[in-house]
Design a protein around this ligand. Structure first.
Ligand code: ASP
Length: 345
């Protein structure tokens, strides 16, 4: 591919970037792709071959679900050989969930999947959408001296940074600079030039391993966030939800939980019944270190598994992915502690 024009497929799922204001309610609603393209005439200045694919009904990403993830994976895998890279236009609300999910579902990915969106619609004068879209395309088209794609993973491009998808979190509902990765450095910094952080980029699968797409994420999972005063009734209720297979327990600090006997007994009983419970921290930065405090150690003794420095988004989608592959609880616990595609340190 060294000497030919980069061939990029743009997949439009919806989100603010392509929205317009409803004249009656003044609320923003998803609109179609042609409108979006009409607003970025500069696209023609890029010497790329760009293909387009749009969701039949573009969505606000708060309606994202695993069926849509299957659609995105299918589109990428069906076009994988024909295109050098992919740009997914997506709402910011659940972008980090989609980025994390795709990173697991697209096993052996060796081409860029760059997800972007914007805080202001592309038709607005001050939009951040135009710049994000153009930069995302340039990153998807970037190649190394040997002709290989520079980025070989799922990443989020937002304003001045490219972040690893499964390390990212939406941290601002208002700022243009909406995304952050608190436990992993940027993959690229966008200024006058795009400066890649080569050390941080995922190296890709072993040579020539073909893309192995996975579908059918299992949604028999949920979060439980600790707070002082969380009651025994609520905990027991959550732990006995029929068919629940996995729970992401969001604990304090370095993975600490209340030392109350009823709490630890409830966790142990649920684990013994086969529920997989993953301990991640409520803090934005850092991770679970069960050995630091006795409260973390006691929780670990119940059979709750440390999720290290996984983000919430990566933890829940990783559980969905592993259960979706029909793994047994013991296998899920094992892989939750392995770094599959750069999601944990
Ligand atoms: N609600 C919008 C969405 O996630 C927000 C955005 O795109 O920024 O689709």
């Amino acid at each position: 591919m060294k000497n030919r024009r980069p061939k990029i497929l743009m997949i439009y799922t919806g989100g603010t970037i392509g929205m317009v204001e409803n004249p009656e309610t003044h609320a923003l609603e998803p609109f179609d792709f042609t409108h979006l393209l009409d607003n970025v005439p500069k696209l023609k200045m890029l010497d790329y071959e760009i293909g387009f694919h749009q969701f039949r009904h573009p969505i606000d990403s708060s309606s994202m679900n695993p069926h849509y993830w299957d659609d995105i994976v299918r589109i990428i895998s069906e076009n994988y050989v024909d295109y050098d890279g992919f740009v997914v236009l997506h709402g910011t609300d659940t972008m980090a969930y989609t980025a994390s999910a795709l990173s697991f579902m697209l096993e052996n990915l060796s081409k860029p999947v760059i997800i972007t969106g914007s805080q202001l619609p592309i038709g607005e004068v001050r939009t951040d959408g135009e710049e994000n879209l153009i930069t995302a395309l340039q990153i998807a088209a970037a190649r190394d001296a040997d002709g290989r794609q520079t980025v070989r993973e799922v990443a989020i491009l937002f304003e001045n940074y490219l972040w690893r998808g499964n390390r990212s979190t939406k941290h601002s509902a208002d700022n243009f600079d909406a995304y952050r990765s608190y436990n992993y450095p940027e993959l690229a910094k966008i200024g006058l030039e795009i400066i890649f952080n080569r050390e941080a980029l995922w190296k890709g699968p072993v040579a020539d391993a073909p893309l192995n797409p996975h579908y059918n994420m299992d949604n028999a999972v949920m979060f439980l966030d600790l707070f002082p005063g969380l009651s025994e009734t609520v905990v027991n209720h959550v732990l006995s939800i029929p068919d629940l297979k996995g729970l992401v327990l969001k604990t304090y600090g370095a993975g600490n939980a209340p030392g109350d006997k009823w709490f630890l007994d409830a966790m142990k009983a649920a684990v013994d019944r086969g529920l997989v419970i993953i301990n991640i921290t409520q803090c934005a930065n850092g991770g679970v270190d069960p050995d630091r405090y006795v409260s973390g150690l006691d929780l670990e003794k119940t059979g709750v598994v440390s999720g290290g420095d996984l983000t919430s988004e990566a933890a829940i989608t990783k559980l969905m992915y592993l259960f979706g592959r029909n793994m047994k609880a013991s296998e899920v616990k094992h892989y939750m502690q392995c770094n599959l595609c750069g999601e944990m340190s």
